[in-house]
Design a protein around this ligand. Sequence first.
Ligand code: AHR
Length: 756
Amino acid sequence: MSNPITVRVGAAMSDSAPDLWGLFIEDLNDALDGGLNAELVRNGDFEFDPSERDDFHHLTAWATEGAVAVRTAFPLHPNNRHYASLTGPAAIANGGWHGIRARAGERLRLTLFARAAAPTRLAVALGAGLAGTELDVEPGGWRYLEADLTTVAAGCGELRIAVPAGADVDLDAISLRPLGDNGEPLIFRPDLLDALGALSPSFVRFPGGCLAHGYGLANIYHWKDTIGPRWRRAQTRNIWGYHQSRQIGYGEYFELCEAVGATAIPIVAAGVCCQNSPGGQHAIAESQMDEYLQDVLDLIEYANGGIETRWGAKRAEHGHPEPYGLRYLGVGNEDEITDDFRDRYARIEDAVRRAHPEITVIGTSGPCTTGPDFEAGWEYARERGVAMVDEHGYQSPRWLHQNLDRYAGYDPEGPKVYLGEYAGCSSTVRSALAEAAYMIGLERNPAVVRLASYAPLLARVGHSQWTPDLIYFTADEVRLSASYFVQRAFGSERGERVHAVELEGAEPWTRPVPESGEAHVCSPRATVAFSDVVVDGRPVSDKVTTPGSDGVGLGAIDPTAADIEFTAVRSEGGDGFSLRLGPDDPLSSVKFAFCMGGNRNSVVFRRDDGIDNWEATCPWPAWGDGVPVRVRVLLDGPCLRVWVDGELHHDLELDARPEHRVVAGALSRSSTDGTEYVVRLVNAEDTEKTVRVDLGDVLGAVEADVELLAGAGPDEGALFEASPVAPVREHAKGESGIDLVLPPWSFASAVIRPST
Ligand code: AHR
């Protein structure tokens, strides 16, 4: 049934944040090697190492025939120590990422280094007759060799390099890249690059995330390790459990920014490594801090210095004499706000402020939208007068719809916000629409929110460590999520001014949590016995949950006031258990999870529409078999308190504020034909809405290009899949505004201009 809505677009309130929408890219989910990196050979440097992942070794992705050894005695470069030594007849063959795929007639450049004792001819073949060539190796030291191949057919196979009988040859830095239209090897995989470019980002934040501050001090990302010839770059373990070839290093990141028309936001570690490293956060040693500070200043010189400067000259040597025009620099990522952090951060920021007042330094405020590091990070930022703070928030659709006005409560005179990572917790239409609603809220607060980037950006199907992601891909397919289309709509149609908007006919709604009463315990990986169970003063018989079962009910509770106590003992298996208060999906419930997911922490989740939202966490050492814990959970209206062994662990108030499910925002911009309006509309309800967009002061005929994302139910759309719906374009005409029909679960972005 149609429900009439009026969107009254009022006066301009302020200028828009010009750089608001951008990208955050991190080597996570095989986003780079095996993804955006156009390289087709995997482990071409033989640097994969078992210390990075148990199943890695120096010949990962290579098949061998005959006498092949990995040696380090006389390396190509100290950063590239391992190479393959073949005694002919022998061969090595690389399967890339599940086979090297090529199109018919595709031109590819093979490059490698070879060393032979006597003149030797190498036989190179791609797949079963897709392409081939021969390479002559002159005797002596390492020789650089290259050859261009053209495939005779489309296919998928291995790159095989064979050494003739009697020959001894060392091989390293083996690369195969498609050639671009200019005849040069591609840096970036074109279909992924196109998908990024279509988002019209204003900036790209790189190289992480957790990757930037690293897993232990030795794993901190140092930009100087990642520039210059690829075969000289320092490769290392990836914090996400694989290998970083660094083939997309700082130079390539700057190139990426240029390719998509964005400004760069490099993130350097704040002189500390990730607090989730073994032994926790560590600070760069005092004796190395001066060098580290200089590295940060050198980075700015590499980006912006003239070619007469040392690092500007390096940039020119790397093929880019013109400065990159760096304006922002991020220092730190989700760091624990400790004294070490404060000390190192302050020195880095002071050094940059002194030498480069033109650079906006972005600080950090922990991993969440609340919590101790969030509070401490902001307090510190305010104390220091940090220009901008990077906030992160992965939140459920329910949370996003409740928090559209989050930034209206921030001090516009205080540090600005870069929402560096956010996402609506699934790849469904429901999440995409909630993100759109939230983004309207971001757009509405330009005095506070200056930058925002969805995260994570890219995930190779079958190789992911973090979901949801904006863009999924396989070797030959790019699968765009519904969230992608939302991001694209915001990025590609911007405004110069933000307008007041009044929404008539749309009612926000509230829901109780839990929605009905029942207590339920479950343990996916362990056998856990629950004894001395008391629910609202009633003793309940002992219960046992077993791995893989659906768990067991503890009985009915009053959803507005419940008191549950029990003693839990794990007899076997891993991790802990959860206690759910409320009904099963999709109705809303609250869950207390004890030592789940890695046998650490106790966490309170709230679950709405089948999507968990993290509400609070409390550290807990690993739970041992046979160790009893006494748990009490008290629900009192919106207040939830949890005690473990008599100690208060959680004391929180569940958010009962209304959810704004129908949301509108408006911007305007000047064009040669007069003022254009960009109006965004979200309908995250299951009824169609007829909408009048009333432009008030605008008199006369207008027309509009409307992009509409609609046609799928809220729970359609899945991880690793393409969106079930893609936007369609419509044209509308009207007088002083337009009339639209918003289907259930839809998002529209309309550009309205005077009729010509
Ligand atoms: O986006 C994935 C990860 O989430 C980032 O590396 C980190 O900053 C956050 O915890």
